[in-house]
Ligand binder design. Structure first.
Ligand code: SF4
Ligand code: SF4
Length: 352
């Protein structure tokens, strides 16, 4: 099959995946989604509801040292650790009637959390869509079985290359042979258990190295038996959103303009729209801290902590309201400036 045909096949899988969200819908989730999207459309400061997606970090620890990742550089935004079960349960118990999906990864390797299958099973039992991304270095046959039995819906293998050289340039600390063996093993276990889930995505960052290997990487990954191959635009989130100079990373950026995620022009927002993160999701760190989005990882930028306040209170506190108001056409609210004030990712439209 030619590579372009595989791409269409991949897009079809993507479409089916989005349609699949319907099976997680309930009247309360549909109502909450409608309220939230209406608030986002009108850019209200308050949201009389809940986020509809939960992004949580089971751990901010990782065994790799990837080149552009703060965790890989051991530039932790908060003390490294595992999310305690009670913190996780507290979040899911409050949110499960309203949210549709949970993403189990932000700044660490989730397979390092020993209770991950239990966490996922708890959410699946509540009818939630569950999604995981892993570097696949710690996948074992036992863990593969536990994850499949947990009901996990989607797993991303973040591999970033189809050969040793390309892989190791970004994925420092990993073994290309090992992760490919682990991915094959996972697919074998899934086949042996006759399970349709989880859907397995092979993910690759679009960099100066990989942009010319799209067909080779796609063929390599599909030959392994994965369900989908996806190229992610390179993001160096912790640099441009703070308006920092990214020219020192220029060697990483793809040369073809269509593969760029950001324009990387100092002072210019990367995205001309408003920030949808402030409505869509809640970003939960292992210590219970709530970040405004997965671009922010420093503890001193948190908007609250679920161990201290109900999530609904945090989601409409002064910090969230001030940040949402930055994208309205009204004067923004008083209140202390926060990380969103300096963010260059979206176009801020508030009158000061
Ligand atoms: S595997 Fe993921 S979390 Fe770990 S260093 Fe690499 S990019 Fe960061
Ligand atoms: S404005 Fe920037 S920092 Fe704030 S939530 Fe949006 S993307 Fe994140």
């Amino acid at each position: 099959m030619p590579a372009w045909a595989k791409t269409w096949n991949d897009r079809w899988h993507d479409f089916k995946r989005h349609l699949g969200i319907l099976k997680h819908m309930s009247p309360s989730r549909a109502f909450n989604l409608a309220v939230n999207l209406t608030c986002a459309f009108f850019r209200t400061r308050k949201v009389p509801g809940f986020p509809y997606v939960l992004r949580l970090d089971p751990t901010n620890v990782c065994n790799f040292s990837c080149s552009l990742c703060p965790t890989g550089r051991r530039n932790y935004g908060r003390p490294p650790g595992l999310m305690p079960w009670n913190t996780y349960k507290k979040a899911v118990d409050q949110l499960s009637p309203w949210i549709i999906r949970i993403w189990y990864y932000i700044w660490g390797e989730p397979l390092l959390h020993p209770e991950l299958p239990r966490m996922i099973a708890y959410a699946v039992k509540r009818g939630l869509s569950t999604n995981l991304s892993s570097n696949f270095s710690r996948m074992t046959p036992e863990l593969a079985k536990d994850l499949i039995n947990s009901g996990l819906e989607y797993i991303i293998a973040s591999i970033d290359g189809a050969d040793e050289k390309t892989y190791h340039k970004y994925r420092q600390g990993g073994s290309f042979q090992d992760v490919i063996q682990n991915l094959k093993m996972f697919l074998d276990v899934r086949r042996g258990m006759r399970s349709q889930t989880p859907f397995v995505e092979f993910q690759c960052l679009m960099t100066a190295d990989t942009e010319n290997q799209v067909d080779a990487i796609t063929s390599f990954a599909l030959d392994l038996g994965v369900d989908r191959v996806r190229f992610m635009p390179l993001a160096v989130p912790f640099f441009p959103y703070r308006g920092q100079d990214v020219s020192q990373y220029a060697d990483w950026f793809p040369k073809k303009p269509e593969t760029y995620r950001y324009q990387y022009e100092p002072g210019k927002p990367a995205n001309p729209g408003h920030c949808f993160w402030l409505y869509e999701g809640l970003t939960l760190n292992p210590d219970g801290g709530v970040s405004p989005c997965c671009r922010s990882y420093f503890k001193n930028e948190d908007f609250g902590n679920i161990l201290e306040e109900p999530i609904r209170t945090i989601f409409n506190n002064e910090k969230f309201q001030r940040s949402r108001s930055l994208f309205s056409s009204y004067p923004h609210t008083n209140g202390e400036k926060n990380v969103c004030d300096g963010c260059k990712e979206f176009l801020q439209t508030a009158k000061s």
